[in-house]
Each structure stands twice: as structure tokens, then as C-alpha cells.
Write a protein that binds this ligand. Sequence first.
Ligand SMILES: CCCCCCCC(=O)CC(=O)SCCNC(=O)CCNC(=O)[C@H](O)C(C)(C)COP(=O)(O)OP(=O)(O)OC[C@H]1O[C@@H](n2cnc3c(N)ncnc32)[C@H](O)[C@@H]1OP(=O)(O)O
Ligand SMILES: NC(=O)C1=CN([C@@H]2O[C@H](COP(=O)(O)OP(=O)(O)OC[C@H]3O[C@@H](n4cnc5c(N)ncnc54)[C@H](O)[C@@H]3O)[C@@H](O)[C@H]2O)C=CC1
Length: 309
Amino acid sequence: MAFFTHHICRGLSSSAVRHVVIKNVTIIGGGQMGAGIAQVAASTGHAVTLVDTNEDILKKAVKGIEGNLKRVVKKKFADKPEAGEEFLQKAMQNVSISTDAGSVVQGTDLVVEAIVENLKVKQDLFGGLDKVAPAHTIFASNTSSLSITDIASSTNRLDRFGGLHFFNPVPVMRLVEVIATSSTSQETFDSLLNFSKMLGKTSVSCKDTPGFIVNRLLLPYILDAVRMYERGDGSKEDIDIAMKLGCGYPMGPFELSDYVGLDTMKFIMDGWSAANPDNPMFAQSEVLNKLVAEGKFGKKTGEGFYKYK
Ligand SMILES: CCCCCCCC(=O)CC(=O)SCCNC(=O)CCNC(=O)[C@H](O)C(C)(C)COP(=O)(O)OP(=O)(O)OC[C@H]1O[C@@H](n2cnc3c(N)ncnc32)[C@H](O)[C@@H]1OP(=O)(O)O
Ligand SMILES: NC(=O)C1=CN([C@@H]2O[C@H](COP(=O)(O)OP(=O)(O)OC[C@H]3O[C@@H](n4cnc5c(N)ncnc54)[C@H](O)[C@@H]3O)[C@@H](O)[C@H]2O)C=CC1
């Protein structure tokens, strides 16, 4: 009940409350999500620094962003190629890269973390950044399944910490889940809502609970599909076709798993399984474990449930 009241207050006061205007954004993790968030933030006028420990990944991310934006420009500015070229140049000028998060957070208003789905690694990253980032800087995690409260606990800025959960592919998917913990300030929450709006996204919010809204509902569905396949009740191809043509989903559960990344899916499952050891839903999946052990993480490695080469 206390939470409910809290959220009514958030809703009523959101237009009256001040928010931090976010101009400079540091995005940590240059993989599929980080690159997508960087693309959208840069093309909506934000100065973006994309950080990864791996320089090759950063180069690949910048190339990918440029390629995507060229496609967008070709379509959106079909009648005005000069304006399109200007848009592209401006967006690309908004993107810089770095392998050292600590040195680039000095001038940043918001850090969005999109690194590997591992609590300890995320805590270590934020714990370190907390010591060097300016006082006003807001920290946000794009975690799929971990508790924002747990991630934030490695910092001393609990009031300036929230969840900003984007969907893959970020430039296309219109939703962002904005998550406040019990310590997140109203100003931080409003700043994150406003930032999502500036990116052209629709936001929803819910309690800091496992999977938030979408993944709490999506993961059981995906795991049921994997169990169905493991039992031999249907082929993965037929299950995918069934859900696409029977439900109008753009991808079937196996295509979507490959698209998300089987490594990420396993990280999520293992985390939830450790927290709920008696829940059969999160029991180990032989098929998933085998694919991940073989380095077959899905589309990003060229093979998962399906082959992409
Ligand atoms: C699994 C375990 C549980 C989940 C755990 C963790 C995950 C999370 O935490 C949360 C998540 O993100 S869940 C995943 C959510 N995403 C989905 O459900 C995507 C489903 N697929 C689709 O919507 C379309 O197949 C899709 C949009 C991808 C492709 O659409 P089409 O088949 O129609 O293909 P196109 O005609 O080529 O594309 C349509 C428009 O989208 C643009 N586009 C496609 N891929 C893109 C990409 N990667 N980056 C940027 N733009 C992209 C494409 O250019 C085209 O644009 P227009 O020409 O302007 O229409
Ligand atoms: N894949 C998906 O569909 C979605 C994933 N997420 C979440 O977003 C996060 C990232 O996922 P993806 O982009 O798919 O993963 P990814 O594997 O494509 O990218 C992760 C990147 O983080 C980098 N990295 C790892 N540790 C780092 C560190 N300490 N400092 C800097 N960079 C580091 C890696 O080099 C890698 O490039 C995860 O928390 C995931 O749960 C959220 C929504 C959708």
C-alpha cells in the first residue's frame, strides 16, 4: 500500500517537480544494447560517450550506428538529401568512444550501464564510478533481470540511481521501463522519464521487481517454449511459426532468444534460479547450457538455436 501511495504522488507531482536536464550521456557497454542506446541518444541531440573495455567492439559499434543512421536518413530525408547529410554528420559528431569509464564521467549528466548481466560486475563498475563522477550525475542500469536496489547498493548515490530498461533493437522498440527504487528521488525519477521522452520513447514504470513488467511475462513464455522443444512436443521451427502466425508476434521464441543472446538469457535464468531454487520454471535447460558452452550465443556469434552464417 505504501508503494501505491508513493506512485500516485509521483504521478501527480511529475510536472511540478524539477528534473536534471540531461545533455551529456555516458553509455557503458558497446554491445547490442549500448550501441543502440548511443544511436538514439546521439540522434536526439545528446553528447554521447560510448565506453567498452574492448576497443574493437567500440569501433564495430560506431560503424553499426553510422550504417543504421544512413538507412534512416535515406528513408526519412528522401526528398532532402542535404538535410539528411547534415543530420547524419551532427549525430555522428555527437558520438565519441573511450575504453576508460572513469576518465569520461567527469562531465556527464547521466551514466547508462549496458554491460554483461552480472550483479558483481555491475556493482564493481558503479562502485568505482561513484567515486569519480560529479555529484549531480544520475546513474541508471539497463539490466534485464537484476534488482536495481542491489546494483545501486555499491554506491553512495541511492537517490540518484534508477533503472532505464530499453528493448532490442533500441532504435526500433518504442518502450523504456523506468524504475525507481525506494531510495530514488523524485527529481531523479522525473529526469529519467524526461530523458526517455527526449529519446522519443514511451515509458512505463513498475516496482523494482525481477524482470520488471516485460521480462517477468516474457521469460516464462520463452522458457516454456524451450521445455516444449526439449520434451520433443514440437520442433523449434514449428513453435516459432505457430507463435508468429497464431499470435502475430514478429519473431517466434527461438528466433527471439537468438536475437536477445543466449548468453544473456542464461545469465538471467541462472540468477533467477539461484534466487528461486525450488521453482521448476528456472531449472537448468540442457539445450541452452549446451549451446552456451559451445559459444553459440545466437545471432551475435552466427549460431544459436539457428545458424546465421
Ligand atoms: C529471450 C529471453 C527473455 C528476454 C531477456 C532479455 C531481453 C530484454 O531485457 C528485453 C528485450 O529487449 S526483449 C526483446 C524485445 N524485442 C522484440 O521482441 C523484437 C521482436 N522483433 C521485431 O520487432 C522485428 O522482428 C524487428 C524490428 C527486429 C525486425 O523487423 P522486420 O522483420 O520487419 O525487419 P525489417 O523490415 O528489416 O525492419 C523493420 C524496421 O526496423 C529497422 N531495424 C531492424 N533492425 C534494426 C536494428 N538492429 N537497428 C536499427 N534498426 C533496425 C529497419 O531498418 C526497418 O526500419 P524502416 O525501414 O524504417 O521500417
Ligand atoms: N540483449 C537484449 O536483448 C537486452 C539486453 N539487456 C541488458 O543490457 C545489458 C547488455 O546486454 P547486451 O548489449 O545484449 O550485451 P552484449 O554482450 O552485446 O554487450 C555487453 C558489452 O559490455 C562490455 N563490457 C562487459 N563488462 C564491461 C565493463 N566492466 N566495462 C565496460 N564494458 C564492459 C562487453 O565488452 C560487451 O561489449 C545486459 O545487462 C542485458 O541484460 C536489456 C534489454 C535487452
